[in-house]
Ligand binder design. Structure first.
Ligand code: CAA
Ligand code: FAD
Length: 382
């Protein structure tokens, strides 16, 4: 059992912290208020290896381990959650999927630009009628005599959809086979037949652009199929196992920012002649915030550590995502309560933490879905 980090892990944490504090934190309020996509900051993260942390150097990444990914994500999310959403999709959902299941040509062609932050990637599973129940998708890819596929249908809530160059898409190739009839494809958004809807206005992570995308007779070539035909759902689930470690890290970053701001505030703000942090009721809140933050952090590092060892980590990732997202929501809620009027004001980032925390309980599988995954894996029942 080793609770320390390696020199390399501390180094990437330092790089992420420096960029987060010098570049991202100062513009976080602007990006939240305007919803402007933070392209320049994303490029800086990419130039420093943070858009492809686990991607080997030969494909343009930093070649680091999953624990490094957690440490870097936490730093970026603590400065601004929206940046960390874009970062997590490039890292975990796009690069990880192609690295694990792609051919050598696909890795060379698609991973480098995304890992270097020169282009943005996306991951399209959800549809208007199918979110949690992902196998109920209707987007169809019909195989042609020449081995290409013609895709028709819609995907909704696609993070970075408005700006993505490439998208990992999941579509039904054989509806009679259910989950085993789903295939993964790599889509180039510059090609005919691809369309984007309006950018969704959102409660939080406002600078992370989200939209519906549509396929109208979009043609996928045989060398753009990711993995084998019919294996798409397993690919999606495996990619999401890793993605959930990223969202847990994002939740920890938001929670840490809310907690640290609160610690400072309870020492300074006075009521009834003493710092509010001296009231026993405030102290109990601080203790509970600290316990939840530490539990979330340790469980997330455990999931990343297990992933790094090449072991199955579905349950650990779901435990981490569930614990960290609920901790973030609870901690941000307490932070608003302790800051009271100032917590409700846009003069401080506390209300932003509160709005940003909520998404971590929803995307990459809601809290109910994490509970379902954990309980199914534990009991063997469904
Ligand atoms: N790894 C590999 N394979 C897996 C797996 C995993 N973790 N989990 C399930 N599978 C396999 C099963 O073994 C099964 O294979 P067989 O057909 O060979 O038996 C197949 O997948 C189907 O599994 P289930 O029967 O368990 O499928 P289900 O329909 O009951 O659904 C679910 C399971 C866990 C609820 C799943 O649908 C799910 O995770 N839903 C949530 C969807 C989600 O997380 N969406 C996120 C979208 S991306 C996003 O949100 C990005 C962002 O915000 C930035
Ligand atoms: P539903 O599935 O309709 O669920 C509604 C409610 O029912 C939830 O509370 C849910 O937990 C509950 N429920 C459903 N099934 C069960 C069950 N079996 N047991 C108990 N309760 C259940 N998707 C992508 O593919 N790519 C993306 O990049 C992406 N980015 C997103 C970004 C944002 C900002 C948002 C909001 C969503 C994004 N999503 C993305 C979609 C996201 O993954 C889904 O919203 C999520 O999986 C939930 O699906 P849903 O919204 O359709 O809710």
């Amino acid at each position: 059992m080793e609770f320390g980090f390696s020199e390399e892990q501390l180094m990437i944490q330092d790089v992420a912290r420096r960029i987060a504090q010098e570049k991202i934190a100062p513009s976080a309020e602007h990006h939240d208020r305007t919803g402007e996509f933070p392209l320049e900051n994303i490029r800086t993260l990419g130039e420093n290896g943070l858009m492809g942390i686990e991607v080997p150097a030969e494909y343009g990444g930093a070649g680091m381990d999953p624990v490094s990914y957690v440490l870097a994500m936490v730093e970026v999310a603590a400065a601004d959650a929206a940046h960390s959403t874009i970062m997590s999709v490039n890292n975990s959902l796009f690069c990880n999927g192609i690295l694990t299941h792609g051919t050598e040509e696909q890795k060379q062609k698609y991973v480098r630009a995304i890992a270097e932050g020169k282009e943005i990637g996306a991951f399209a599973l959800t549809e208007p009628q199918s979110g949690s129940d992902a196998t109920a998708m209707r987007c169809r890819a019909v195989k042609q005599a020449d081995g290409s596929y013609v895709v028709n249908g819609k995907k909704s809530w696609i993070t970075s959809g408005p700006v993505a160059k490439y998208i990992v898409l999941f579509a039904m190739t054989d509806p009679d086979k259910g989950a085993r009839g789903i295939t993964a494809f790599i889509v180039d958004t510059a090609r005919a037949g691809f369309g984007r809807g309006k950018t969704e206005p959102k409660l939080g992570i406002r600078a992370s652009a989200t939209c519906e995308i549509e396929f109208a007779d979009y043609v996928v070539q045989p060398d753009e199929v990711l993995g084998e035909e019919g294996h798409g759902f397993k690919i999606a689930m495996g990619v999401l196992d890793a993605g959930r470690i990223g969202i847990a890290s994002q939740a920890i970053g938001i929670a840490r920012a809310a907690y640290e701001a609160t610690l400072e505030y309870v020492r300074e703000r006075k009521a009834f002649g003493q710092p509010i942090g001296a009231f026993q009721m405030t102290q109990a809140k601080i203790a509970d915030m600290k316990c939840k933050l530490d539990a979330a952090t340790l469980l997330t590092l455990r999931a990343a550590w297990k992933k790094g060892r090449g072991e199955r980590f579905s349950t650990e990732a779901a435990v981490a995502k569930l614990t960290a997202s609920e901790a973030a929501m609870w901690i941000a809620h307490q932070a608003v309560q302790i800051h009271a009027g100032m917590g409700y004001s846009k003069e401080m980032p506390i209300e932003r933490y509160f709005r940003d925390a909520k998404i971590t309980e929803i995307y990459e599988g809601t809290s109910e879905i994490q509970r379902l995954v954990i309980a199914r894996n534990e009991t063997g029942l469904r």
